[in-house]
Structures are given as C-alpha cells and as structure tokens.
Design a protein. Structure first.
Length: 185
C-alpha cells in the first residue's frame, strides 16, 4: 500500500514580488521529496488583524485557515526586518490563531528557513518566530536554514546557484517530513 504524502503548507513572510524568500520557497517546491506535497500560500490578501472582524471572518482568512487545517506541516520562509519577523508574517500567525478557541496552528509540525542580503541570514527573525510557536502550540523541528547574502545566491531566473544550500533544503524538509510522521504515530 502506498504511503500518503505529507502535505506541507509553505508561507513566505514577504509581500515583495522578487523576494528572495519567495524564491527560496519555490526552490523548496522544486526539490520536494517524493513523499511530500508542498503547497504555497500567498499572504498578500490577508488583511491586518482586527478582532472586530472575528465574527465575520474575511474570505482570505477563511482560505488561510482552511489551508492550514488541510496541511500536515508548516514551513515558514521568513526575511528579517529590524532583527525580527516581518509584520505581515506575524499578522498571518495572529489570524491563524484566532478567534480564541480556533487556533488552526495547534499541534502542527513546523520548520523555518529564511534568506537575507545580510551576513547573518535570518538568525534573529527565526529566533523570534520560534517564540510564537510556544503560544500557538506548534511543534518545531530542531533545525533551521539561513541563507545569507541572498543577492549572490540566486540567478536571474530566481533559482539557487549553490548545491550546498540545495542539500540543506533537502535535509531540512526531510527532517520536517520525518518529524511529522513521528508526531502522527
């Protein structure tokens, strides 16, 4: 009997059209393991969180929550802004955890990676993102991937040019798949 594919929802925490993090997420899709299916959710239509809207959720938020529920695991690909995660990514996390009692992130296995033009990649943003996992009750793998000097790591078509980073992506996603299977057992 064929084993069911692990469905991973990939979310890039950037709105920029030519975002290195969106490029990195697309590379993840290209490198996907045969036992996984990676689905990208574009966050650009998610409105700013407003508790007044919880009784009649915006359609974009309904779509987000549906996609989270349908996934087996989550992959956040985040830039770093001012030593932290972008406001748009925090906004997505907030909507996914609301209204109170409807935390769609609950017990989801999760992995993090990120790209930055800086020398430290997204180390600090990833540390801050892990803090949100405590309250939202997500289960992170103990591995991260930082792509520093991202402007030097992608070609003009948006593809990674370094095999070492590709190998790290494959390893991180395999760790997420293995962790997800372990948590399901």
């Amino acid at each position: 009997m064929e084993e069911k594919k692990i469905r991973i929802l990939g979310i890039a925490g950037s709105l920029r059209k030519d975002s290195y993090n969106k490029m990195l997420l697309k590379e993840v899709v290209r490198l996907a393991a045969p036992d996984s299916a990676i689905d990208i959710f574009d966050i650009k239509k998610i409105p700013l969180y407003n508790q007044d809207l919880e009784e009649n959720l915006p359609q974009a938020v309904i779509n987000l929550k549906k996609r989270i529920r349908e996934s087996d695991a989550i992959l956040f690909v985040t830039p770093e802004y001012n030593y932290s995660i972008p406001g748009v990514l925090k906004n997505v996390i907030d909507w996914g955890s609301r209204p109170y009692g409807d935390n769609t992130w609950d017990k989801k296995p999760v992995a993090i990676m990120g790209a930055s033009v800086g020398g430290f990649g997204t180390i600090r943003a990833q540390a801050h993102l892990r803090q949100t996992f405590l309250f939202t009750n997500m289960f992170p793998i103990n591995a991260e991937l930082y792509v520093s000097k991202a402007n030097e790591k992608f070609d003009s078509s948006g593809h990674l040019i370094e095999d070492e980073i590709r190998a790290k992506i494959i390893s991180l996603i395999q760790s997420l798949i293995d962790w997800t299977k372990k948590l399901k057992d």
